[in-house]
Design a protein around this ligand. Structure first.
Ligand code: ADP
Ligand code: MG
Length: 709
């Protein structure tokens, strides 16, 4: 076997050999491995893991078998070997007898050859799947071999089963082929996988050595060794990622290019003592403290604020912006839509109306004149807080000195847009990103690795949980009557229609028909109804929003344009039409438009279609819980993190084994381990971390790791 490896190939490392050189592979199969699985080198093959194993350490007794026994291993004496039947139904049969009973073995194919090699009255080990035909058990085409004493001490009790494509199957590149190929690598004297995770991590966590982890992934001794191998490799996958994000945090924290805002000024105090209309929740107080600590430091803040819908993130943002202004810098708040930006602006203006803080709004539809004045005031520093849409990051928008950028509903903005905003000021502003799509904390820290994370995990005390029910179309009358009683109490309501694509005519028709139906239940002039959808001009939308907010209209019929952020505390009923067509996080966002005041709020999920499984599960989940984190978990289960979070775009690697949802304990460990290593040795210059540094430089971008900060 040794001859297969040319000297030249050895020079670049044993594992960099092309798979072609393995016995039984050759150029033809190597090409198929490349095109089907992207396997070029030994190391690629080594990372192609089996997805399950057959346990051959168990020997069953015939008497214990039943039709659903599945794959079993038997041991016994072979007899009655004979060819039966005529022509096409010709087959070879034999009887295997152990101390408990007997079972028939059958071969339909290749039986002449098998007939020749099987011996009467010899002991055999047999492996195969139990069939049942008319109540009679048998095994077709079993693996069979003469029993030898060594079989009792199985060297390979767990037989790997590799994932195969149709193409691979058609050319007989089966699990055995993979096993034999990988074995050649694993058993070669030059097979070595240097350890890169330092002892200070592997020892306390009892992680399997790297080499053995790969070995046991393919050839485990038993289930325990396989599980240990898997744990090690999952850890390794996360550890590399965590090292990178922890390192960028370290660089950021060490970099004194931030704007320290350590003055505790009068605006914050005045607002807190005289103008805040309610008591902050403990969670709000905690995150404000975390953020203020970041803002006071010499390094730039880059923090994610997670909080369920209605948890009160806006007021936290306001506090931070006041801190910024108190310290002599400008702040901006960017929202994904005009409606939201406008609403934020109006809220801030209202909350600050008795204080001398200069706030303004910039969106795509700001008038030329207003824009001109605004930009001048921004440059002179007269304007202190600027609210807006992504119009804020246009090049013409120049701050005198931007100190804090708050970005609301982060999932709508791309990373590139964010980066652009950061680069606006000479000194880089602190950045606070707020998201209402709560995801489990470990997952958030994985996906937004370069951010520090704060969580508001508590709702204001006066909130009554929203009651959510599911109603089919045939109960529309009942639902409309219920709505009537709520409106009579002075409440307001939203009725939302799906508009999957802004341009979809069908959906728009749905909305307009729905509007007519609702109008027939709630006739003017007794009732006033607002209508809003994405195709309307911004000023028309603003007008309708304002009418609803001011209580002039009682019902707001809309598409998902009202999905995020809209805040009308008097609205207490949310009816979602065709609820099965919405995703879970969208449903939760929509529901979050109610339950913002002290009144009991309701959410009605209407459906008319037959529901498929995921839709049923989504609706059931919505009716069962109001907790955004719990809902996110179900959403993750249903959709997977890739779909839910758009991780494809987020630059997360494709993990071979790590499951971002289920492996949160490993994720947590790896995160902590990487922070621990970097705390002690931020540049990885200590000898014990040299291998890690080399590994990261080779596998990530070496400039990043080569940098000394
Ligand atoms: P979200 O986190 O979804 O952005 P908002 O910031 O819009 O939530 O807050 C929702 C509503 O709750 C607003 O009307 C806000 O004024 C109110 N609110 C925020 N914090 C508190 C609190 N501690 N006590 C009572 N009401 C609060
Ligand atoms: Mg909000």
């Amino acid at each position: 076997m040794q001859n297969n490896f040319s000297k030249k190939n050895l020079a670049s490392g044993f594992l960099d050999n092309a798979v072609e050189y393995l016995k039984g592979v050759g150029p033809k199969k190597a090409e198929i491995l490349q095109s089907e699985l992207g396997i070029f080198k030994y190391r690629d093959l080594l990372s192609y893991f089996p997805f399950r194993f057959i346990d051959k350490s168990m020997v069953s007794r015939v008497v214990d078998l039943f039709p659903e026994s599945g794959n079993v291993q038997l041991r016994g004496l072979l007899s009655n070997i004979q060819v039966q039947g005529q022509q096409k139904s010709k087959r070879l049969t034999a009887i295997l007898r152990d101390e408990s009973g007997f079972i028939e073995l059958i071969w339909f194919k290749n039986y002449q050859y098998i007939h020749k090699v099987l011996k009467e009255n010899e002991r055999y080990t047999v492996y195969g799947k139990v069939n049942s035909f008319n109540g009679k058990l048998s095994i077709s085409h079993p693996e069979i071999k003469l029993y030898s004493k060594e079989d009792d001490v199985k060297e390979k009790p767990m037989e790997p089963i590799y994932p195969l494509t149709e193409k691979l199957k058609s050319v007989f590149m089966d699990s055995k082929f993979f096993m034999q190929s990988v074995e050649q690598i694993l058993h070669h004297p030059e097979f070595e996988l240097p350890e890169h995770i330092p002892d200070s991590v592997t020892k306390p966590l009892k992680l399997l050595e790297r080499k053995w982890a790969y070995y046991f992934m393919h050839l485990p001794k038993d289930e325990l060794s396989r599980a240990e191998a898997e744990r090690r490799i999952k850890f390794e996958e996360m550890f590399s990622l965590a090292m990178r994000s922890e390192k960028s945090k370290v660089i950021r924290h060490l970099d004194a290019n931030g704007i320290p805002m350590n003055k505790s000024g009068h605006l914050v105090n005045e607002f807190y003592h005289n103008h805040l209309g309610f008591e902050l929740t403990d969670a709000q107080k905690r995150v404000i403290k975390e953020i203020r600590k970041d803002m006071a430091a010499n390094s730039r803040m880059n923090r994610l604020l997670q909080g369920d819908v209605g948890s009160g993130k806006t007021i936290v943002a306001l506090f931070c912006m006041l801190v910024c202004v108190d310290n002599g810098y400008q702040a901006c708040l960017m929202a994904p839509t005009e409606i939201l930006a406008t609403q934020h602006f109006l809220t801030l203006k209202d909350q600050l109306k008795e204080m001398s803080v200069n706030v303004d709004l910039l969106t795509g539809s700001s008038s030329k004149k207003h824009r001109q004045q605004l930009l001048e005031k921004l440059q002179s520093g007269e304007l202190q807080i600027l609210v807006g849409t992504h119009a804020l990051i246009e090049d013409v928008v120049e701050f005198k000195q931007l100190g804090l950028a708050v970005i609301d509903e982060q999932h709508r903005f791309g990373v590139a847009q964010r980066a652009k905003l950061w680069n606006k000021a000479g000194k880089k502003p602190h950045v606070l990103v707020m998201t209402a799509t709560p995801i489990p904390r470990t997952l958030a820290m994985t996906i937004h690795g370069e951010l520090d994370v704060s969580v508001i995990d508590e709702l204001p005390k006066d909130r009554k949980p929203i009651r959510t029910i599911h109603r089919e179309e045939k109960f529309r009358g009942e639902v409309m009557n219920f709505l009537k009683t709520e409106l009579m109490k002075g409440r307001q309501a939203y009725i939302v229609y799906p508009l999957i694509e802004e341009s979809s005519k069908l959906d728009l028709n749905d909305l307009m028909t729905g509007y007519d139906v609702v109008c027939s239940y709630f006739p003017v002039p007794q009732y006033q109804i607002s209508l809003m959808h994405g195709k309307m001009k911004p000023d028309v939308k603003d007008f309708e929003m304002k009418r609803f907010k001011d209580g002039i209209t009682q019902i707001m019929i809309a598409t998902t344009v009202i999905e995020v952020g809209v805040n009308v505390p008097n609205a207490s009923v949310m009816i979602i039409e065709n609820a099965n067509r919405f995703g879970l996080s969208q449903l939760h966002q929509l529901r979050g438009r109610v339950g913002r005041g002290a009144e009991q709020s309701f959410c009605v999920l209407m459906t008319k279609d037959e529901l498929n499984f995921p839709a049923k599960k989504r609706i059931k989940t919505m009716c069962a819980t109001n907790n955004g984190f719990d809902i996110a978990k179900v959403d993750l289960e249903l959709r997977g993190p890739g779909d839910m979070l758009g991780t494809r775009q987020s630059g997360l690697p494709d993990f071979k084994l790590l499951d971002l949802v289920k492996d949160d304990d490993i994720i947590d460990l790896a995160k902590r381990a990487s922070a621990f290593v970097l705390k002690d040795d931020p540049n990885l210059t200590k000898p014990e971390n040299r291998a890690l540094l080399q590994y990261l430089m080779a596998n990530q971008d070496d400039y990043f790791w080569g940098r000394v900060s």
